[in-house]
Unconditional design. Structure first.
Lengths: 95, 219
């Protein structure tokens, strides 16, 4: 319990620049419970970090939706594939 | 929904465990060195093409980079561990090649080095690490505004330094698990998180600049 509180206090004392990095990391993986708790308390009074968290969540979702367009995009033209294969065959002989 | 791409990567029979298994088997000594390239192109050529085309916006350059990717893959074939999926491995190589392309362009055009990456969001924080310019709302749920945000995001993605762009494309756009991105890029998890955070912070500022200011009445 003391360890938990110590970590919460440590997180609360961090500058917002560090909070921002932690919020970004939290998008990708769960943070330790105490670290996450510290962040939750922090955004109760820090409008900047709260907004930052909202923004990067939104941006990550938008970025992923851009990525999904890749699945629906054009296929590589057959002629281009053929050219790539014949160039690859020629070049790989020199390797 | 965001899982679609990754699921596609793993559920595609050509990129799934079967492909990985066959990939680990050594090719017969008599096989042509370009034989795997033919299969890679058939199974992963389209995703490589779309990825590279989306980044370079030039079919000619995309074709060239697909070819460079295959050549590099043939050379690295023997050392591929099969710890990441074949598709991720190839996308990782392609991402390197795209980053090389942009570095070369930058050198030629500006003779300027990649911007220093120490500061994730220049000007956003004071010297004490507190918010100098607190983030403004850029939220938007209506379709036209969403389109505006996406357009801004597309533009901003192209302004990232190559090393950050590589990380954010593999992780956030292609939705490849972080552990696989680390292997494909040959970086440590800490290094990857740092690149991704810098990229997100830079994107946030760039998008905010492009569309966010109109929301709170600023000029």
């Amino acid at each position: 319990m003391i360890g938990f509180v110590r970590e919460v206090v440590r997180v609360l004392r961090l500058p917002c620049q560090e909070h921002a990095a932690l919020f970004s990391r939290q998008l990708d993986e769960p943070l330790p419970r105490a670290t996450a708790a510290g962040l939750r308390v922090h955004i109760l009074y820090c409008a900047g970090c709260k907004q930052f968290r909202t923004q990067i969540r939104r941006l990550r979702d938008l970025t992923r939706s851009l990525g999904q367009e890749l699945n629906a995009g054009e296929s590589m033209p057959a002629a281009a594939k053929q050219r790539v294969l014949s160039h690859t065959a020629r070049s790989s002989k020199k390797i | 929904m965001p899982r679609v791409i990754h699921e596609d990567v793993t559920s595609n029979p050509g990129a799934g465990p079967d492909a990985r298994e066959s990939f680990r088997d050594s090719p017969p000594a008599s096989a042509s060195p370009t034989a795997p390239a033919e299969r890679w192109l058939a199974e992963h050529g389209d995703i490589l093409w779309r990825f590279i085309l989306a980044r370079t916006r030039s079919p000619d350059i995309a074709e060239e980079i697909v070819q460079e990717t295959l050549l590099a893959a043939i050379q690295a074939h023997a050392t591929f561990q099969g710890t990441s999926s074949e598709r991720t491995w190839l996308l990782g190589i392609a991402a390197h090649k795209v980053a090389d392309h942009f570095r070369a362009l930058r050198r030629r055009a500006e003779r300027a080095p990649e911007p220093p990456a120490a500061d994730a969001s220049p000007g956003a924080f004071t010297i004490d690490g507190m918010w100098a310019k607190p983030p403004k709302p850029i939220e938007s749920s209506t379709a036209p505004e969403n389109a505006e945000l996406l357009a801004a995001l597309r533009h901003c993605l192209n302004t990232l330094p190559p090393s950050q762009a590589e990380a954010i494309w593999l992780r956030d756009l292609l939705n490849i698990p972080a552990a696989e991105v680390c292997k494909a890029m040959g970086v440590t998890p800490t290094n990857l998180w740092s690149r991704i955070h810098r990229a997100r912070a830079a994107l946030r500022l760039c998008v905010e600049k492009s569309v966010g200011t109109s929301k709170d009445g600023a000029p």
